[in-house]
Write a protein that binds this ligand. Structure first.
Ligand code: SF4
Ligand code: SF4
Length: 605
């Protein structure tokens, strides 16, 4: 997998500090270190959020040690504040920031194109096209970073992070990993105008050297020759390669740009000078396209440059071989004929992703809805703000609980915003434990400080579940085996000074409903911590798990079990409910809602 290759590349480069925050599609880099790197002299830990992760890696790098920090695209937004300052102060040891964009977007709230961050922060950015190149690139980027004394950004996309391919392993570099740090305020103190102006001038000077350093390390490539030129990068290069191989067209030259910022203008100008027509093939925004058009104008290349702005390729969504092939054929004026593969006319049924069988969040959200109703409110008048995490799947049928899911930690502040604007009914913010630690704490402080009436439901399943069960600050032993101090979320909440705190196991369903019903009516900031481990994690730890089954004779096919819980282990066939025994985790939620007592524990009557 691309992410495993990146981990291997960093290890081969002699990395000593690896940190990050879980986020698909980047998570497996650190997970690989945890699985394969036990005993290595490397600090590998998840951090509470991406800003903190970056600052840890940065602290190591200014001490001359090689460090890697990983995050998905929105994580770079969180880390952006120290990242921008780091461009002025620079590093001594190589620092690679891996940021994984998600065209599609498969698992991300936006199709953020993080290439713009390179321009904004003035940090060099590179990419790769295959798992082998990903491994080799991350190794070379430590050298680029040390040569320039700047952090560098390695920007990937989902298809590269999760691509599978053979990778040739290399030697692990032996390096002196003892950190040292010399006092140098003009370089590391970003408080003075004079120093900041000097460092900005230094940074602009360094940026002029990036192409030379990159080219000495073999970045940026040309294939073929001709007057028709394709400029491409990253995963899109693979689609271009496939399309042109099928075409057998001799007029096409391909320029693969690995150096995304600053774009290699010398390389591009030299290789585009003989081109008559140019197409830019890239995912997400027409970033390279704008750069190539600017260059064509400035260098008077005389070539016609086309791409997304001319409608040859879409501005949204992932590219794929067929889209790229269609664009290239139109651009070349070649009929697609038998080359084109007609799209299959298959309409799959809609399958919104559900919460897992036995998920404690399902208990919490169903109880929340019942509690709101029991308190005498209509569900349509009590906004339930959601947050980032697997519990956001509660937006789907049949639970349909949350009204918003915006960004990490936003549930509490957005609920507060509506309330301070004058909303006269209760508001509820729901947030997972990891998201609360990541970004929810300042929001809760704000709500408490301003004495806002609201109910905050913290869904504490003691793990970062959606991205593959990573640790939270509540763990006392981390994945690497490090003895940690577990942070008690309830103590944190109490220390902020909320008006009321309750802790309930959502599997204690009636208590959960009652607690919501009583808390929601009272004034002040009330926090209900719904504490039950992620059921998938719990089942793995339990030796035996009870199961439930449907007594066919009693089942009337009323669908109440399916319609209330949405449990994916349940389905209706021939007018009767059925339970997939292997998938059932024995939570008993469905049995609670069967009006005919037709669902029983295995062995029950
Ligand atoms: S007991 Fe019912 S709700 Fe719980 S996992 Fe099994 S089938 Fe699903
Ligand atoms: S709620 Fe009970 S009776 Fe209704 S479909 Fe489910 S098992 Fe059958």
């Amino acid at each position: 997998m691309g992410n495993e290759a990146i981990a291997r590349g960093a290890w081969e480069a002699g990395v000593r500090v690896v940190t990050g925050y879980p986020g698909t599609p980047s998570s497996e880099v650190i997970m690989t270190f945890h699985e394969e790197g036990r005993g290595l002299p490397i600090y590998v830990e998840w951090a509470v959020n991406e800003r903190v992760a970056f600052e840890i890696a940065y602290g190591a790098a200014i001490g001359g040690v090689r460090a890697l920090v990983t995050m998905k695209a929105p994580g770079l937004n969180v880390a952006s504040d120290p990242v921008l300052s780091a461009a002025y102060s620079g590093v001594e040891g190589g620092l690679v920031i891996l940021v994984a964009d998600d065209p599609g977007p498969h698992t991300t709230q936006t199709e953020q194109d993080s290439r713009w961050y390179a321009k904004l922060s003035k940090l060099p950015m590179f990419t790769a096209s295959t798992p082998q190149e990903a491994k080799d690139t991350v190794k070379r980027l430590f050298r680029v970073s040390e040569e320039l004394k700047l952090p560098v950004i390695f920007r990937t996309t989902t298809r590269l992070n999760h691509a599978v391919g053979d990778v040739v392993l290399g030697e692990v570099e032996e390096r002196d990993a003892r950190p040292s740090f010399k006092k140098d305020p003009p370089r590391f103190v970003r408080a003075g105008m004079k120093w900041n102006l000097e460092r900005h001038a230094w940074l602009n000077g360094v940026l002029r050297r990036v192409e030379e350093v990159a080219s000495s390390l073999g970045f940026n490539k040309v294939e073929g020759s001709g007057e028709y030129c394709v400029v491409t990068e990253g995963v899109a290069y693979n689609y271009v390669y496939e399309a042109l191989r099928g075409l057998g067209e001799a007029r096409v030259k391909v320029l693969r740009v690995d150096q995304l910022y600053p774009v290699p203008s010398k390389f591009l100008a030299e290789n585009l000078s003989s081109c008559r027509r140019v197409i830019v093939v890239e995912e997400l925004d027409p970033y390279l396209e704008a750069e190539v058009k600017k260059l064509a104008y400035e260098e008077r290349l005389g070539a016609e440059v086309m791409g997304k702005e001319e409608g040859l390729l879409p501005l949204e969504g992932e590219l794929n071989p067929s889209l790229v092939k269609g664009a290239l054929y139109r651009w070349l004026g070649v009929p697609q004929g038998q080359e084109s593969t007609p799209a299959a006319d298959v309409r799959l049924p809609e399958r919104p992703p559900p919460l897992c069988p036995g998920c404690p969040h399902a208990f919490s959200y169903i109880a929340l809805k019942l509690g709101i109703a029991r308190a005498g409110y209509k569900l349509s008048e009590v906004p339930v703000f959601g947050d980032i995490g697997c519990y956001a799947l509660s937006v789907n049928r049949p639970i349909e609980a949350i009204w918003t899911e915006h960004s990490m930690g936003a549930s509490i502040s957005m609920a507060m915003g509506l309330k301070v604007a004058g909303y006269d009914k209760p508001v509820v913010a729901t947030i997972g434990d990891s998201t609360f630690f990541h970004a929810g704490i300042p929001s809760l402080i704000e709500a408490v400080h301003k004495r806002v009436d609201m109910l905050v439901l913290i869904l504490d399943n003691r793990v970062v579940a959606m991205t593959g069960h990573q640790s939270t600050p509540s763990w006392e032993v981390t994945e690497s085996g490090r003895q940690a101090r577990g942070i008690d979320i309830v103590e944190v909440v109490k220390s902020i000074g909320v008006d009321e705190v309750a802790v309930v196991d959502p599997y204690d369903f009636n208590k959960m409903v009652e607690t919501v019903a009583s808390m929601i009516k009272r004034p002040g900031v009330k926090v209900l911590v719904a504490q039950h481990p992620c059921r998938l994690m719990e089942v793995r730890q339990l030796k035996t798990v009870k199961k439930y089954r449907v007594i066919e004779d009693k089942c009337t096919g009323c669908r109440a079990c399916v319609n209330v819980t949405g449990c994916p282990a349940l389905y209706i066939e021939d007018g009767k409910a059925k339970i997939v025994e292997d998938d059932c985790t024995g939570c008993g939620l469905c049995a609670r809602f069967c009006p005919y007592k037709a669902i029983v524990e295995v062995g029950g009557a």
